[in-house]
Ligand binder design. Structure first.
Ligand code: SAH
Ligand code: SF4
Length: 352
């Protein structure tokens, strides 16, 4: 069976021509997939019955089964647990967030994660499997559908941004992730251009180098968390394989090649990496590069006991970066913590 959400518009056209069906119908299918976010072939009521019958016989159409949906008391965040097919019945989490009038979907790229970052619930659960491109796109479709009815005069009814910051390490599932990006960028569909998609990596050096010459560009966020090799390796085990100096070399290459600024994520843990000396160390590391630092006060997870940095410490950290190193930074708003939808809290079925 063909998974329609995993195919580009061109591939759907090629498939239609193999079936001796008109390209007009292929384009209509695309419209139903991404502008109407159709949940069934029957809902595609302007496609001739024979086209729908062919699709029903040979193709599948998400939507992933929603095992559970949760609404945060903050009124801005919803989390969906989506049940995937296959052994072990993997469950992934997708988060819908509203920030100042725009809607962002946080998508998962893997069920679980093999990287084992100590403070991350996904890392604490271990790795199940890579998602297919169709499973990644279907998460965005699910969020877009949850926003319906879509109204042109209401920007909040439209999916505007994608962050690949959910469960898993996207650069270890490179081909599926970039295929999903291509499908979501299509101007006749979601039309999410390069500025609307951000991918966050724990620091997979070969993936960053490959991304530097990617014809389907995205914003890049790199999880740094510490400014020395030793401290970083204690928080982020893959730093043993891809040490800090190699990572920074890859980041410089990426910036030079693309002209793009890199976002560096820094999970702020009280007493561990929120001190003045830490701010100066990251300042020295990034000074003169095109960088923005995203500070994320630690969110609670079952397997890690640290405490988040306080508001004052975060502000002080920012001030040092700005005043001494001219580095812009933001502090991530804490959202969806009551439903474990914050950064690093996604644990699939284990978190229910
Ligand atoms: N695997 C990718 C993307 C998913 S995690 C990566 O690691 O970058 C998204 C961000 O949340 C990362 O910067 C990660 O380090 C951070 N994070 C993980 N656990 C966290 C926690 N408990 N509190 C705050 N941020 C966390
Ligand atoms: Fe994986 Fe990212 Fe969590 Fe690390 S922080 S375990 S790389 S999802």
């Amino acid at each position: 069976m063909l998974d329609l959400h995993g195919l580009t518009r061109d591939e759907i056209r090629v498939q239609f021509s193999r079936w001796r069906l008109s390209p007009v119908h292929a384009d209509r299918l695309w419209y139903h997939l991404y502008l109407r976010c159709a949940a069934s072939f029957d809902a595609m009521d302007d496609l001739p019955a024979r086209v729908r019958a062919r699709l029903a016989a040979e193709a599948t159409l998400g939507p992933p089964r929603v095992a559970r949906e949760m609404h945060s008391s903050d009124g801005f965040t919803r989390k969906f647990l989506l049940a995937l097919a296959g052994a072990g019945q993997p469950v992934v989490e997708t988060v819908l967030m509203r920030f100042t009038g725009r809607v962002t979907a946080c998508l998962s790229s893997q069920a679980g994660c093999a990287m084992g970052c100590v403070f991350c619930a996904t890392g604490q659960m271990g790795f199940q499997r890579n998602l297919t491109a169709g499973e990644i796109v279907a998460q965005a479709v699910h969020v877009a559908r949850a926003l319906q009815p879509r109204r042109d005069d209401d920007p909040q009814s439209r999916l505007r941004n994608i962050v690949l910051m959910g469960m898993g390490e996207p650069l270890l599932n490179y081909d599926a992730v970039m295929r999903a990006v291509e499908i979501m960028r299509d101007t006749a569909g979601f039309a999410l251009g390069s500025d609307r998609i951000t991918l966050s990596t724990v620091g997979i050096v070969p993936g960053i180098i490959r991304l530097a010459s990617e014809p389907r560009p995205v914003h890049l966020a790199v999880s740094l968390h510490a400014a020395t090799q030793e401290e970083r390796a204690a928080l982020v085990p893959p730093a043993r394989k891809w040490p800090l100096d190699e990572l920074m070399r890859a980041c410089r290459h990426y910036s030079e090649r693309t002209g793009r600024r890199i976002f560096y994520e820094w999970t702020l843990i009280e007493g561990k990496n929120d001190r003045e000396s830490d701010a100066r160390a990251v300042g020295r590391l990034l000074k003169g590069t095109r960088a923005q630092v995203n500070l994320i006060p630690l969110n609670p997870t079952a397997g890690y006991g640290g405490a988040p940095a306080g508001r004052e410490a975060a502000r002080h950290f920012q001030k040092i970066l700005a005043d001494e190193f001219a580095l812009p930074s933001t502090v991530r708003q804490r959202r969806g913590i009551d439903i474990a939808a914050g950064c690093g809290q996604l644990a699939g079925a284990a978190g229910v």
